[in-house]
Write a new protein. Structure first.
Length: 334
């Protein structure tokens, strides 16, 4: 007996290690035993749970290393059950039952699919508001005589989490207020991982923090809501950049930009940009105040001077501008 034809190419890939020749019989034997374990794992992952692979006996380096393979029977699913879901709401239980149907009776027991379903059950619970849902493991009771497996999933969903206050370790009252504008839920909203991911994205997009920690409290407050705690590590408030450029219209030039962030503790910033080229020079200062009253509402003011020389004309001018923008959708900003 040997490797089933459907798995032959994958088995050969395991065996072709391109390692240098062993230096001793012991090293050769250890390699063969390691390969045997890898091949058994491959066979088990595809339903051959009783597969046995053993190295052929050899006592010299000159002897050919061979593996004896007995795949045994192909195991199938006898039944699938779930423990720990008795207190779930009907809609969540229906979603999980739908995932379990992907392992119908008589189907081949494939380890990756069995484990994938376990991970998806936990993800479904978290998406439905069970923030602390876990799975302690899968119980698989195999019968060698009947070549089938009873699979039992166990979950610990924990409480249904409703989100409350957003708290941070910021000590500046203005910064605390600015952070509250970034909040992505209303008090009492059911937990969803995407809600927390959106909060992280908003904090990251501010450019103020190089470290962002978000933790949902395991214990509810007096109202039954779970506080979300932030641990923030501020990034450097200033940055300076330089560059060089060359073009047929302005000639050879250089530019520099200086930026200072979080000036007033409201995530605002001042940017000063200067450009000097053969035919053009400019100096611009801009102030940006984001999230005025609500996320995304941004005030931008700008003042600058520019001087440009061309064959057709010389230009000297100044500019003062102010804009207030608010995104209404991902595609539309007014």
């Amino acid at each position: 007996m040997g490797v089933p034809p459907a798995l032959a190419s994958r088995a050969n890939a395991l065996l072709n290690t391109d390692q240098p020749a062993p230096r001793s019989v012991l090293e050769k034997r250890n390699r063969a035993q390691a390969l045997a374990r890898s091949l058994e794992d491959l066979l088990a992952s595809e339903g051959y749970l009783a597969a046995q692979v053993s190295p052929a006996d050899f006592t010299t380096l000159e002897a050919s290393a061979a593996l004896n393979v007995d795949p045994g029977p192909l195991f199938t699913v006898l039944s699938v059950s779930l423990n720990g879901a008795e207190l779930l709401d009907p809609e969540t239980r229906k979603l999980i039952d739908g995932q379990l149907t992907r392992l119908p009776a008589g189907s081949i027991v494939k380890a990756l699919e069995v484990e994938r379903i376990e991970a998806e059950i936990v993800t479904t619970l978290q998406m439905r508001g069970y923030a602390f849902a876990t799975s302690p493991g899968i119980d698989a009771l195999a019968s060698r005589e009947d070549a089938n497996v009873e699979i039992t999933y166990t979950v610990d969903p924990g409480p249904l989490v409703r989100l409350g206050d957003l708290q941070s370790d910021e000590t500046n009252p203005r910064s605390q207020k600015a952070i509250q504008v970034l909040k992505t839920w209303r008090e009492g909203a059911t937990y969803n991982p995407r809600t927390i991911d959106r909060l992280r994205s908003r904090l990251r997009s501010s450019g103020l923090y190089e470290g962002i920690g978000v933790v949902v409290s395991r214990e509810p407050d007096a109202d039954g809501y779970h506080t979300v705690d932030l641990t923030l590590t501020e990034a450097k408030p200033r940055s300076l950049s330089f560059g060089v450029s060359g073009s047929t219209t302005e000639g050879i030039g250089a530019d520099a930009t200086w930026e200072k962030r979080n000036i007033t503790g409201r995530a605002d910033k001042v940017t000063v940009s200067a450009e000097a080229a053969t035919l053009a020079r400019s100096l611009t200062a801009a102030y940006e105040r984001p999230n005025i009253g609500r996320f995304g509402r941004t005030l931008t003011t700008e003042a600058g001077v520019r001087q440009e020389e061309t064959q057709a004309y010389d230009l000297e001018g100044a500019k003062i501008a102010a804009t207030l923008s608010q995104p209404f959708t991902r595609q539309l900003t007014l």
